[in-house]
Design a protein around this ligand. Structure first.
Ligand code: NDP
Length: 240
């Protein structure tokens, strides 16, 4: 049986690597994206993975997008909530708009991605929910009060969902990547990026494929007892 996997933000960066890794592991993959049609078309041409456009911050649009995937591929049994954005500013300069945009996409977006699938997963007695959090949700980060709040929130979401879903064969786990070489990190000024790399004992940025590896591990049928966990993949960046 080939299970259906949804990856939000699955057309670029970490999400694209996750989509490809799940496809290679034998899943039927649907990759969501927000608005970059050119990147999504290129990704789809290169990989053969079908892309679906909606804004994860919009519940009705999320539900409609997933209904389309189910009509095309079948019930969604693996949900990877990966889509995320940053709107960085030191707190004294952070605007309510920057706060809400990040909360709506990164936190409410995770609710919107999981919730429409929850009842079906309970009924089918199987589900794998994997949320891409961040090292900055574990330790906080200068100029990322909004982002760190959402990524810490992810950890509460999976711990709670794990307790509700365990007896239905549903697992919910979070991955906390360190700094990975995607557009999001390459947008940081080079000087800042060099300083970040200086703090990583591995001496380099991570690769999207190194996060995808954790996703395929958690998505597997025989990973059922790994539930409510947070897995760090950060090149040995320790923090208290
Ligand atoms: P990218 O910016 O490279 O890619 C983001 C992807 O998410 C794109 O496919 C984008 O679609 C999609 N997306 C953004 N907003 C929305 C939305 N509202 N609705 C639907 N899709 C959306 O990000 P990364 O690959 O770097 O990050 C992926 C995840 O990993 C994020 O949650 C991020 O917070 C997390 N993370 C990243 C780290 C890093 O170092 N890169 C470190 C730790 C965590 P489109 O192409 O249409 O814009």
């Amino acid at each position: 049986m080939s299970r259906v996997a949804l990856v939000t933000g699955g057309s670029r960066g970490i999400g694209a690597a996750i989509s490809v890794a799940l496809r290679d592991a034998g899943y039927k993959v649907a990759a969501n994206y927000a608005g970059n049609d050119a990147a999504a078309a290129k990704f789809s041409d290169q990989t053969g993975i079908k892309t679906y456009k909606w804004n994860v911050a919009d519940y009705a649009a999320s539900k409609a997008g997933m209904a389309q995937i189910e009509a095309d591929l079948g019930p969604i049994e693996i949900v990877v909530a990966n889509a995320g954005i940053t709107r960085d500013a030191p707190f004294h300069k952070m605007t309510p708009e920057q706060w809400h945009e990040v909360i709506d996409t990164n936190l409410t977006g995770v609710f919107n991605t999981i919730h429409p699938n929850w009842i079906g997963m309970r009924e089918r007695k199987f589900g794998r929910i994997i949320v891409i959090s961040s090292i900055n949700g574990q330790k906080g980060q200068f100029a990322q009060v909004n982002y760190a709040a959402t990524k810490a929130g992810d950890l509460g979401i999976v711990k709670s969902l794990a307790q509700e879903g365990a007896r239905f064969g549903i697992t919910a786990n979070a991955i906390c990547p360190g700094y990975i070489g995607t557009d999001m990190v390459m947008a940081v000024p080079e000087k800042v990026r060099e300083a970040i790399i200086g703090q990583i004992p591995a001496g380099r940025l991570g690769q999207p494929e190194e996060i995808a590896r954790v996703v395929t591990f958690l998505a597997a049928d025989d990973s059922e007892f790994i539930n409510g966990s947070t897995i760090s993949a950060n090149g040995a960046q320790f923090f208290s």
